[in-house]
Design a protein around this ligand. Structure first.
Ligand code: ADP
Ligand code: MG
Length: 375
């Protein structure tokens, strides 16, 4: 694949924090960036060389992106696959519309992953009310999840009985769902893969993820799992990326079950919140890998330079005004990242911080102490 070299214009569909961190990485490497996002105050738009304020399916905006960008990527999976297809007729696009479509739909995603010979949490596809007439007992107590457009635990309802499942399906608007058995999780981990092409692949060290109310709270790296489990997670993520002939950065979330069995929970066709630790703790971070894979360059080294703990900063701590950052900023081993969002809301991702230390346990203790102080 032809290398796209610095100073070229790169296109980003979406102006959220992931688009913003891509923009920072790309500009640090000497590329220029055009962001497409309808929001005039999007976190990435203001940092980009060009901000196209239009909808993700606006034909004129897509044509301008295609005409002015050497390559285009995305920061979120809900960009219309049709837009990626239209762009791909005229410029380089990664990941492909096909890869993004798989990640857009939990039913397609789980079927694809299982078809690639990898384990997923046991599930039933519930596309119509009729699908609820089958025997659900093997999947209860469970979680009914909207197949499309869910994130951060939204569009999910916990159910214990058939009646509750029927009520939940109605509450979710009778839209296609998956019913997943509620599993006993020992822990959760994730792996970020960067793939430019066959054999040109790297994986980042495995992150251990803790969620609060369905939203990622903390990532701990290296994950506190046996080395063989971490290796298996990296191998499974790689196997999936190869099966998809995936181009770009792919995040793979896993459940770790009682006997250290790994099942894939879901995938994201882009950098991931659980990979934000790479910004400060790896030679190349996940956004540089996104730039590199988009430009046909080999992914850079993913070597971990230090144990690290990432803590998400949600809008909850903003209350009347800006949280008191003094303590965090006075520490020599903590790094603050804010996304430039103008309004804080409960549950809204406003930023994160990374704490680097000599050992995982002491670093985690320090990170939790900092988190407590900000609350
Ligand atoms: P989202 O797209 O909102 O991230 P997930 O399917 O990843 O949705 O679910 C969010 C979190 O809810 C998971 O990280 C996990 O902590 C919990 N969860 C989801 N599915 C299950 C399950 N089948 N069993 C136990 N916990 C689950
Ligand atoms: Mg998830």
């Amino acid at each position: 694949m032809k290398h796209i070299l610095p100073n070229a214009m790169l296109g980003m569909l979406g102006g959220g924090q992931l688009g913003r961190m891509f923009t920072i990485a790309a500009r640090a490497m000497g590329y220029r960036v055009t962001v497409l996002d309808p929001d005039p105050e999007s976190p990435a738009g203001g940092l980009a060389d060009v901000h196209l304020r239009a909808a993700y399916d606006d034909p004129a905006a897509l044509d301008e992106l295609a005409a002015t960008c050497a390559a285009v990527t995305t920061e979120f999976e809900n960009v219309p696959a049709e837009s990626l297809r239209r762009l791909a007729e005229r410029t380089r696009v990664s990941p492909s519309a096909d890869s993004v479509s798989i990640a857009q739909d939990r039913i397609a995603e789980k079927r694809y992953i299982a078809g690639a010979g990898l384990a997923v949490a046991p599930f039933l596809a519930i596309e119509t009310a009729q699908d609820l007439e089958q025997d659900l007992s093997g999947h209860l107590p469970g979680i009914l999840k909207l197949a499309r457009l869910g994130y951060d635990g939204k569009g999910q309802i916990r159910v214990a009985t058939v009646e509750e499942t029927q009520a939940a399906f109605a509450q979710l608007g009778q839209k296609p769902c998956v019913l997943e058995r509620r599993l006993n999780l020992k822990t959760e981990v994730s792996v970020i893969v960067a793939r430019t092409g066959p054999g040109e692949t790297t994986t980042f060290p495995v992150a251990e993820n803790q969620h609060e109310a369905g939203i990622l709270d903390i990532s701990i790296v290296p994950a506190r799992v046996a080395p063989a489990v971490a290796q298996r997670a990296r191998d499974m993520a790689l196997q999936l990326a190869e099966a998809m002939d995936y181009r770009g950065v792919l995040a793979v979330e896993f459940f770790v079950l009682g006997g250290d069995e790994l099942v894939i929970n879901e995938i994201a066709p882009r950098p991931h919140n659980s990979g934000h630790y790479t910004l400060d703790a790896c030679i190349n971070d996940q956004f540089e890998q996104q730039v590199r894979t988009l430009c046909g360059l080999p992914p850079g080294s993913t070597r971990l330079l230090s144990p690290v703990v990432m803590v998400n900063l949600l809008g909850d701590i903003w209350r009347d005004d800006e949280p008191a950052w003094d303590k965090l900023l006075s520490l020599p081993n903590a790094k603050l990242h804010l996304y430039g969002k103008k309004t804080a809301r409960i549950g809204r991702k406003m930023g994160h911080f990374n704490v680097l230390g000599d050992a995982v346990d002491s670093t985690l203790a320090q990170a939790l102490e900092l988190k407590r102080m900000l609350q």
